[in-house]
Design a protein around this ligand. Structure first.
Ligand SMILES: Cc1cc2nc3c(=O)[nH]c(=O)nc-3n(C[C@H](O)[C@H](O)[C@H](O)COP(=O)(O)OP(=O)(O)OC[C@H]3O[C@@H](n4cnc5c(N)ncnc54)[C@H](O)[C@@H]3O)c2cc1C
Length: 370
């Protein structure tokens, strides 16, 4: 029997942040995870080549909040690192995101903007960029990523596409901190949950009868699975990842990530891991290590990555959310629980807010923490 005041299902960033904060407030907490490792989607490990690899896709940390930054610095040192991404377009490696200089080069100064109310992703893109840019960099990439026409996707998805100012070529130039944990994300989470009881390979939904949560269950798994898919399954996209170890090549591509927007290439992007390693460690890698990613629609939760951005799934999620809100002592949250793409800093910020609400609700003294 597993018994605690707070049972936290999931050891990703959401579960681990809430677990840490409640433990700092002297609460009795246990963490359960059905995988054979902790750290959820940000799990990384040392590959036999010597390269540090992120099992569930590359994770680039950026953050603008001092509160989140200070919280994480309790568990790891960071080194400055900012992602540089190139797109392979007509056999050339071009900067992604593009900047104003490039737009002027391909479309001049007075390109025609989409007028009227955008009703889908494609129109929302054409409201902020020339069609030449959309066709070359975005249409093919997006249609591969989601497996449907760009016109079938929600216009909100276009919010994530940014255009850099002149001369700026980095992925997230507006965040104060662009960095990576010195010994990896897994080590960071290990330190975050240090001292908190953790059960791995334990599926809460399969073994509910063995768990007693005296105050609350905090569930960070898929919300539709929690409710036995009673309204139907929420759709996700995931990536098939093919790892390739090139033992006799020092460097394969110029940067960490090269995107392939062309519909002819089934890959969506290739990651070369060496580029994100600390300078003192790169030399220890034998050759170089790559991951080629190709999108697909997963059936099992282990591969659920991106919530599908269309109205059908949005409405389906709202039905589950309404049921979740009726539960008194269960909180369903995190990227799978809220069916929402959160960057890591956003996931931590959200978890901090939820932890404060729990502390308030259960009237847990918090002076010493503040
Ligand atoms: C491909 C990809 C790339 C990304 N890249 C970036 C990036 O570059 N930068 C960035 O800031 N963010 C990135 N993110 C976002 C980042 O991964 C999330 O912010 C973070 O993983 C959210 O953590 P979480 O705890 O909510 O979810 P998760 O990490 O998914 O944790 C949920 C945990 O719950 C466990 N679980 C689920 N159901 C059960 C159950 N029934 N019983 C027990 N355990 C269960 C799972 O095993 C899992 O460990 C990326 C996301 C994806 C999908």
């Amino acid at each position: 029997m597993i018994k605690a005041d707070f049972v936290i299902v999931g050891s990703g960033l959401t579960g681990s942040t809430i677990a840490r904060i409640l433990t700092d407030h002297d609460q009795d907490v246990v963490i359960l995870d059905r995988r054979d490792h902790f750290a959820g989607n940000i799990y990384d490990y040392r590959h036999e080549s010597g390269a540090m690899i992120h099992k569930y896709g590359p994770h680039y940390f950026r953050c603008g909040s001092e509160k989140i930054w200070n919280f994480l610095n309790r568990f790891t040192e960071f080194y400055d690192w900012s992602a540089k991404i190139l797109s392979k377009v007509n056999d050339e490696h071009l900067n992604w995101p593009v900047n104003q200089d490039y737009i002027e080069k391909i479309a001049g100064k007075n390109w025609e903007v989409f007028k009227g109310e955008a009703s889908n992703f494609e129109e929302a893109c054409l409201a902020k960029m020339p069609w030449q840019l959309y066709e070359l960099f975005i249409k093919g990439y997006t249609e591969k990523q989601w497996g449907v026409k760009a016109t079938e996707l929600d216009k909100e998805l276009a919010v994530r596409i940014t255009i850099n100012k002149s001369n700026v070529n980095s992925l997230t130039p507006n965040h104060k901190w662009n960095a990576l944990p010195r010994n990896g994300y897994t080590e960071m989470v290990k330190n975050m949950i240090d001292g908190i009881p953790l059960e791995l390979e334990f599926d809460y939904l399969q073994h509910k009868e063995k768990v007693i949560a005296k105050k609350m269950v905090i569930f960070t798994g898929p919300i539709d699975e929690f409710f036995g898919y009673k309204y139907g399954k929420l759709k996700y996209r995931g990536q098939n990842r093919r790892i390739e170890h090139l033992e006799n090549i020092d460097q394969y591509q110029p940067v960490i990530q090269v995107n392939y927007p062309s519909p002819e290439d089934p890959r969506i992007r290739t990651i070369e891991w060496k580029h994100l390693m600390h300078s003192s460690e790169k030399g220890k890698v034998k050759g170089t290590l790559l991951t080629h990613e190709t999108p697909f629609t997963p059936e099992t939760a282990a591969n659920f990555e991106y919530p599908f951005p269309d109205k059908i799934n949005k409405n389906l999620y709202e039905q589950y959310k309404a049921d979740g809100e009726k539960l008194n002592n269960v909180l369903i949250c995190g990227r799978l629980g809220e069916y929402r793409y959160y960057d890591m800093d956003q996931a931590i910020g959200r978890a901090m807010k939820l932890a404060s609400e729990i502390i308030e609700r259960f009237e847990i003294p918090s002076e010493q923490y503040a």
